[in-house]
Design a protein around this ligand. Structure first.
Ligand code: DON
Length: 306
């Protein structure tokens, strides 16, 4: 299959619509609000290491909630299952990513690790086990073979405006679901959201999810076990795109994880990982053209889990 040609066709069809301003760029912090809507990039890496890319695939963007996939991976590497899942569920929330509503009735237990509450709970566990910020950068740098860093301006703005995240963390703390001072868990969470990477880097970094947990670049190294990789893919499919998870499964049928920077990472199990970036978002906070691009990719290749 000519994967490079398919990505180029998708970029050719969608880049003009990005330039025309499809979707709405996140504007809750200045560093995201000033990103031009006109960007469109797409990249993939196959299970056996072939890479293809088109459009702005090598420009860094704010990965935001895509980081939740990698912090969960780190938590799976670090914590026994009982400890990890004690305070976090594995069910879709059907609510916006920053919703407070279920935490009240579910006594501070976040529905899943990909909504903000769940990711803050994961960040808290990583803080407990030490060196969390350095470890997430080390994991990502190792997975994509290039230095990955925080954008400190974005991290500071997230902290200055993250009132809902502060509320979520305090709410969970009131039920004794957060071990550390909320400031420490949130510092980790705000920094992970600020990580900047390109589509090519994200597609490569997610490579272990299409190769039974095996490191994309290092032969013989398991990032997670085969079983853990399957579970990460299952959680992405059911919870990775928030209240649009059903629509993503219906239209695309791939495990996906999105972020409000406009990136979406997707996995074709046993075959390839891919990442698309277009900053204009739809009403659920997922990249509007990113979703279309994935739909086009699935139609053109027939690659889907269904
Ligand atoms: O924590 C927040 O609300 C922002 N940093 C956005 C996180 C995010 O990307 C949610 N997903 N779409």
């Amino acid at each position: 299959m000519d994967l490079q040609g398919i990505l180029e066709e998708i970029a050719y069809a969608l880049a003009p619509r990005a330039a025309a301003g499809a979707g709405k760029v996140a504007d809750y912090i200045p560093a995201l609000a000033r990103v031009p809507a006109a960007h469109f990039g797409i990249a993939l890496r196959t299970r056996d290491g072939h890479e293809a890319a088109a459009g702005d695939a090598h420009l860094a963007f704010s990965i935001q909630s895509i980081s939740k996939l990698f912090t969960l991976t780190l938590a799976m590497q670090t914590l026994p299952d009982e400890e990890l899942w004690q305070r976090i569920g594995r069910e879709p929330s059907g609510n916006p990513f920053n919703s407070l509503i279920q935490l009240e009735t579910e006594r501070g237990i976040a529905r899943n690790p990909f909504i903000n509450a769940g990711a803050i709970a994961v960040a808290d566990r990583l803080v407990t086990h030490g060196d969390a910020k350095r470890r997430v950068l080390a994991l990502l740098s190792s997975l994509c073979g290039e230095a990955v860093v925080f954008d400190e301006e974005v991290a500071a703005s997230e902290a200055a405006t993250g009132y809902r995240n502060v509320a979520l963390a305090n709410f969970m703390k009131s039920f004794q679901r957060i071990d550390n001072p909320v400031e420490s868990a949130l510092d980790m969470y705000f920094h992970q959201c600020s990580i900047a990477m390109s589509c090519a880097q994200v597609a490569r970094a997610a490579g272990y999810l299409c190769r039974d947990g095996a490191h994309p670049l290092e032969d013989g190294t398991q990032v997670v076990t085969d079983r853990q990789a399957r579970r990460l893919n299952a959680l992405m499919l059911t919870c990775g795109t928030y209240d649009a998870a059903g629509e993503f499964a219906y239209r695309i049928g791939l495990p996906c994880k999105s972020g409000v920077g406009g990136g979406i990472v997707a996995v074709v199990p046993d075959t390839l990982s891919l990442c698309v970036w277009s900053p204009g978002l739809d009403h659920s906070g997922n990249s509007a053209l990113g979703m279309e691009a994935l739909e086009m990719f699935v139609s053109a290749t027939g690659l889907s889990v269904f």
